[in-house]
Design a protein around this ligand. Structure first.
Ligand code: CA
Length: 233
């Protein structure tokens, strides 16, 4: 599952290293941030599927950072698991109030951590952790990096693959060009919105070969949506 990335916000290098090892063994990609500031920079570079947030950070508390991320539309839907000191019930309550999805008391075992991450991903992202996504007869497989429709392979570039992956993970939702740029290219991309149109066109062209171009729908005045229901225009 190379596409599932986890941002680890933790200032202690030893803990970060242990967590990285455990997560990579479990097949997750890891992005590290030793401070709240670094976390915000990493987030702007790429959107992870989950954040592990230490309670005590040098520049801001993990709770305050979580609260801030949950107020921002860009990061609101990214699940957060807080790493809390052992036994501090108040801390857990505060973390959950700030919008954290779960907490893991320190010290934790790598196995326990990975199990909690899987449970939160299942619940929040709604994505089964099989590496494939599908809609309307089109299936995208992360492990083989292949897209198929009715057993026929669909050829597309890496950007179209990422775009399709994003759409298949969020069916029926309408996204503006700006949101698509943020989510697929990262907030630091500084690309023009018509870049999205260019790649949408390429994606549709690729899907056209298998008669599935109608999956990617234009919502006039708003943006784009992925749906297997026929579009009423
Ligand atoms: Ca710390």
């Amino acid at each position: 599952m190379p596409e599932i990335k986890i941002l680890v916000v933790e200032d202690e290098a030893a803990v970060r290293g242990m967590v990285r090892f455990a997560l990579e063994q479990a097949g997750f990609g890891v992005i590290e941030a030793p401070s709240a500031l670094a976390a915000q920079e990493r987030l702007a570079d790429a959107r992870p599927q989950l954040i592990l947030m230490d309670w005590m950070l040098p520049d801001m508390s993990g709770v305050d950072l979580t609260r801030r991320l949950k107020k921002d539309e860009y990061s609101r839907d990214i699940p957060v698991i807080m790493l809390t000191a052992k036994g501090e019930i108040d801390d857990r309550v505060k973390g959950l109030e700030a919008g954290a999805d779960d907490y893991v008391p320190k010290p934790f075992s790598p196995r326990e951590l990975v199990a909690r991450i899987r449970a939160v991903l299942r619940r929040t992202v709604g994505e089964d952790l099989d590496a494939s996504l599908s809609l309307g007869g089109v299936t995208l497989d992360d492990e083989t990096h292949r897209v198929t429709a009715d057993d026929r392979e669909v050829d597309m570039g890496p950007t179209e693959f990422r775009l399709l992956r994003f759409f298949l993970a969020n069916p029926e939702r309408v996204f503006s060009r700006e949101q698509i740029l943020d989510y697929v290219w990262g907030r630091n991309s500084f690309l023009e919105e018509r870049t999205v149109d260019v790649h949408i066109r390429r994606l549709r062209k690729a899907l056209e070969h298998v008669g599935k171009e109608a999956l990617i729908q234009t919502v006039r005045g708003v943006g784009y949506r992925c749906s297997d229901r026929p579009q009423v225009s």
